[in-house]
Each structure stands twice: as C-alpha cells, then as structure tokens.
Design a binder for this molecule. Structure first.
Ligand SMILES: Cc1cc2nc3c(=O)[nH]c(=O)nc-3n(C[C@H](O)[C@H](O)[C@H](O)COP(=O)(O)O)c2cc1C
Length: 247
C-alpha cells in the first residue's frame, strides 16, 4: 500500500499542515511519500507519485473559508490525470484553520468532496482542526522546555557536582503532558484517521480544536504572532513590507 501525503501550505517552513501531516504519517503503514505543493513546478512530480499510489492525503490550511488558491490548478491537473488513467484512489483531507473552531473547515471539505466526485475518485472524508497556529506554539514550547531542562541539568551539575539529576526531567515530563493535553483532540482524531487510511475505510467528516478556552487562545496567538513578527524583521516592517508571489 502506498500513501502520498501532500503538504499544501505555501509556507516553506513551520507550517501547521506539514506538522499534522507528519504526525499522521507516523501512524500510517506501508510505503509513505511526503510531498510539498507550493508552485506549478511541483505538479509533475506529485502526479508521478500519485500514479502508483492507493491513497492521497491532502493536508492544507483554510484560506478565506476555502481551499488555498495555489492548490486549484493542481486539482484540475489531478482531475484530468485520474480520468485519463482511470485511477482508483482514496482521498483524505486534513485541514487546519486560524480561528479556534474546527467546524470552520466545512466549506473546504465540501469543495474537496465535490472535487473527488467530479474526478471519479473516492472521497474518504476529512479532519478539520481549529486553532492551527497552536501547532507551532506547541512544538516551539517542546523545544524551549527541552532547552530549559538541559540548562537546569547543567547548572545543577556545576553547583552540586552531579550531572544525573532527575528533577529537571520530571518537570520536562510534566510539561510534555500539559502540551499533549492541549492537543489531545487532534491526536485522537488523527490516530483514528490513520487507522481508516490503513484499512482503506471511510472516515467521514470530523472536527476538533486545540483544547484551550477561546480567551486564552487569543492571548497565546497574539503573543506568538508578535514574537514571530519581531523575529522576521520588526512588527511594522514585517507587516508592511512588499512580498513577492512565489508562482
Ligand atoms: C490568506 C489567508 C486566509 C486565511 N483565511 C482564514 C479563514 O477564512 N478562516 C480561518 O479560520 N483562518 C484563516 N486563515 C488562517 C490559516 O488558516 C491558519 O493560519 C493556518 O493555521 C495556517 O496553516 P499552515 O501553517 O499550514 O499554512 C487564513 C490565512 C491566510 C494567510
């Protein structure tokens, strides 16, 4: 069984779509191929991978309540490809969005379902995840907390003469658990999706979110975007600078 995972986020790094796709692929058996779809130059390579695949998993962000526009030319190409080659393929979708409610992804799921019907391929369902930005917050926190645990081990080693202290790692273990609680909805629905991919079964449509109250979610994302803007060239410089399209 061959599964092609397509990360459809236009972000070159730190995309939530890529992260969720990576987590899903861990639970999927058989040959796995991960692809990144940003420009037209990627189309040929990806359709080549799809030609001998049983399953395609699209992982994408929600843009303006729909499918990102750079994906549409690829869907057209894939529709033609599947018609021409009479391809029998299963399609699953993982969508994530900026707002906290995963249900916001419903119009995107409908677009993808219609695409499958028109292309004569099998729509197997999708997972919509609210609060996608928290994926980045969660993985950055994991690395930051790991750094703090290492620093604590080093400092207590220097001051007490023993480098095998358990307490920094007990604290780190608790921090990992707290982060997993935030993402427990995503993890459970994701494993369920992987089970359906393995069994080639229909998944239906399911929606989940980051397990954080909305008012805390807004504070966390505001802090995250402010820090990222500063790192990427200053708050106003980052927002107002001209960006070249990557087509
Ligand atoms: C152009 C654009 C349009 C967006 N439209 C929506 C939207 O309609 N609803 C929403 O909840 N989030 C929207 N978002 C937020 C993204 O869905 C969100 O940041 C997502 O986590 C990005 O995923 P990625 O890191 O995989 O690219 C939009 C973001 C951009 C850049």
């Amino acid at each position: 069984m061959k599964t092609v995972f397509i990360d459809c986020s236009p972000k070159k790094k730190l995309s939530a779509s890529g992260f969720i796709m990576g987590v899903t692929s861990v639970f999927v058996r058989g040959i796995k191929k991960k692809e990144k779809l940003i420009t037209i130059a990627d189309h040929e390579r990806i359709t080549g991978e799809i030609s001998d695949a049983d399953t395609v998993v699209f992982s994408m962000p929600l843009y303006v309540d729909g499918v990102p526009s750079h994906l549409l030319p690829f869907l057209k190409k894939m529709e033609r490809f599947c018609h021409d080659h009479n391809k029998d393929i299963n399609v699953y979708v993982i969508a994530n969005n900026g707002f906290i409610e995963g249900k916001q992804n419903e119009p995107l799921m409908q677009v993808m379902e219609n695409f499958c019907e028109r292309s004569g391929i099998k729509w197997c369902g999708g997972l919509g995840i609210g609060g996608g930005v928290m994926m980045n917050v969660m993985r950055i926190l994991l690395v930051v907390f790991l750094g703090i645990a290492l620093l604590r081990t080093l400092l207590s080693g220097i001051s007490e003469g023993t480098f095998f202290q358990a307490w920094p790692w007990v604290i780190y273990g608790k921090q990992i658990l707290e982060i997993l609680v935030l993402g427990c909805g995503v993890i459970i629905f994701d494993i369920w999706l992987a089970v359906c991919i393995n069994r080639k079964k229909e998944y239906g449509k399911h929606y989940t979110r980051i397990m954080l109250p909305s008012f805390l979610f807004i504070i966390c994302t505001d802090i995250f975007f402010t820090v990222i803007s500063v790192i990427q060239g200053g708050i106003f410089k980052g927002w107002l600078s001209k960006k070249e399209p990557t087509l």
